[in-house]
Write a protein that binds this ligand. Structure first.
Ligand code: HXC
Length: 538
């Protein structure tokens, strides 16, 4: 269906009734136009006003703001609900509680569905499910991303199993589409109960602060079952899911921000798993060598530095889009451009927990690496990996199982994998962060790199416990042993001699060296062993 009627289209105005003697075609067109106008009004002016009063836009307003002007084409606008029991017999809403169609973002095609809260609270009916299924099928056939704008009271209560079945179909399609086309969910209103599992199955979740909420059971059920008192925002708001649970990838200040983030994200994504991510004409100097990089890593291994400053100075200017900025901040993930090409960036953040890997960081890194691999996006890792976070909570929470996901994701990935070790590379935490040993293509190190089984203090304690106990001056003996250990391992040369590092860079050279490496590996092809699917640790 086309956009709403405009003044210029006077000839098709619904006010233009057929004059006596005029043939019936105009009457038919008028009827269609009246129908279109009704569809445009969704649940009617009062519901639209109520929606605005909550600080929310309508489904159609959202679509028009998200897509390039004039590109939206609606489909399925005349579908109505099949089930009219339980008081729904008076409700007749062409299109039911979702608007579906396709359009463009920055000239690139996307399929879209937007739940319409003004119609029966945006609830998910059999008909809604039918429309969403069709748009997802079209997205799969066309090989283009699908964006879901979520604002719904969940399964349409009056329809019982029919609405549940429709959700099941959606989950099935989300799973079929996973790794084939990018899927983005934008949570702009409620998303509760089992309905959360559709966004959870998609690649990215963007939530608006204050209005977007996701939870399995709401505050009242929580209070009844566990006695805990919690408000909706604390239980399942945008910041909770962005900073605490890690369910969401972006927390937007308002709807415009959420839609802008969606556009930005699409900018980095390929249309599907057989295409490359969209490159742009490079505007930044490929030979830019930022001398600040040479001194960014302190020579004192216990002093922190901001890895985001490294990222900003290496990649194309202002190209870094951080993902999950507030979750597991000891790890950094996001998309950037290198000489115009899209890359996935993974790094540790020495400013938070010294950049150690914990359960949340493992999940964050592993999932992102897998996304990049599925969608042909090369992975560039900046590794400063002092270890895994110790503690009963981490061990009992399954750091073994979660940490294994990082090893698995990197080992499985067949896209170009480049790693820069900036400082520490200790033990297993060094291996898992895209090391040569799990088949990174090229690994570079900065002169500040120290690769060892563990840090000097820990190593000396284990190796010389007895001698230290018996020494007349244990501090002096320890200092001497630490110095000897550091002399051997606190430099990248031992690792380079072993072939674990392909080159040692003056940090300022990193950008041109990564650009050259990326160019080398542009057409990398790897034949993976035949299997139905892996049994990765989950
Ligand atoms: C049918 C629904 C509905 C639903 C809301 N409405 N949810 N109709 N099925 N699931 C209707 C309301 O009756 C109301 O109609 C209109 O939508 C607007 O709702 P309000 O309650 O007035 O809006 P608001 O105050 O903003 O509250 C929004 C809400 C609340 C928090 C979402 O409506 C609510 O709690 N709804 C039920 C949520 C829920 O429990 N859903 C089932 C979740 S389980 P009128 O005509 O009165 O204005 C689920 C299972 C999925 O979804 C399973 C997948 C396998």
């Amino acid at each position: 269906m086309e956009q709403p009627v405009t003044d210029e289209k006077q000839a098709l105005s619904p006010d233009r009734r057929p004059r006596p003697g005029e043939n019936g075609h105009q009457a038919l067109i008028n009827e269609l136009q009246e129908m279109r106008q009704k569809i445009m009004q969704g649940g009617g002016p009062e519901r639209i006003e109520a929606q605005h009063a909550k600080g929310k836009l309508t489904a159609r307003e959202r679509i028009l703001r998200l897509l390039d002007e004039g590109t939206f084409r609606e489909i399925g606008a005349y579908i109505v609900q099949r089930h009219t029991d339980f008081g729904l017999d008076k409700e007749h809403h062409p299109g039911d509680a979702v608007v579906t169609g396709f359009g463009k973002i920055d000239g690139r095609r996307v399929c879209i569905y937007a739940q319409d809260f003004t119609i029966l609270g945006g609830s998910f009916s059999e008909a809604v499910g039918q429309k969403v299924a069709q748009i997802m099928d079209l997205a799969m056939e066309a090989g283009i991303p699908v964006v879901g704008l979520i604002d719904s009271g969940g399964a349409r209560i009056q329809e019982g199993v029919y609405s549940l079945a429709a959700y099941g179909e959606l989950f099935w399609r989300n799973t079929q589409a996973s790794g084939v086309i990018p899927q983005i969910s934008v949570i702009l209103g409620p998303c509760a109960g089992g309905a959360v599992y559709s966004p959870a199955l998609t690649d990215f979740i963007i939530m608006t602060k204050g209005t977007g909420q996701m939870f399995i059971t709401g505050p009242e059920v929580v209070k009844a079952v566990t006695g805990e008192q919690v408000d909706m925002e604390t239980l399942g708001g945008a910041m909770t899911h962005s900073a605490v649970s890690g369910v969401a990838h972006f927390a937007a200040d308002d709807e415009d921000h959420a839609l802008e983030l969606t556009r930005q994200l699409i900018h980095y994504l390929p249309a599907n798993n057989v295409e490359s991510a969209p490159a742009v004409h490079p505007t930044d100097d490929p030979w830019r060598m930022d001398s600040e990089l040479n001194t960014i890593v302190p020579t004192d291994p216990n002093e922190a530095y901001d890895m985001k400053m490294v990222i900003q100075r290496v990649f194309d200017l202002d190209s870094f889009l951080e993902i999950q900025e507030y979750f597991a901040q000891n790890a950094i993930i996001g998309f950037a451009r290198l000489h115009g090409q899209v890359v996935g960036v993974v790094a540790q953040q020495p400013m938070i927990l010294a950049g150690v890997i914990d359960i949340d960081a493992s999940d964050k890194i592993a999932r992102f690496v897998r996304f990049c691999d599925a969608f042909n996006i090369p992975i560039i890792t900046f590794s400063d990996s002092p270890g895994f976070l110790p503690g009963v909570h981490q061990e009992h929470g399954g750091i073994i199982r979660h940490g294994a996901k990082i090893v698995y994701a990197y080992s499985e990935a067949t896209v170009p994998k480049l790693t820069v070790v900036t400082r520490k590379g200790y033990g297993g935490a060094y291996i898992v962060m895209g090391s040569k040993h799990i088949h990174a293509d090229l690994v570079f190190a900065w002169p500040t790199t120290e690769i060892a089984v563990m840090g000097a203090d820990g190593a000396i304690n284990i190796l010389y416990r007895k001698q230290l106990k018996e020494a007349a001056d244990p501090a002096a003996v320890r200092a001497e042993l630490v110095a000897e250990y550091e002399q051997k391992f606190s430099k990248p040369y031992v690792a380079a001699a072993a072939g674990a590092i392909d080159d040692i860079l003056i940090p300022a050279e990193t950008r041109p060296r990564l650009i050259a490496a990326l160019e080398l590996l542009r057409d990398k092809r790897v034949k993976a062993p035949a299997k139905k699917h892996s049994t990765m640790p989950l």
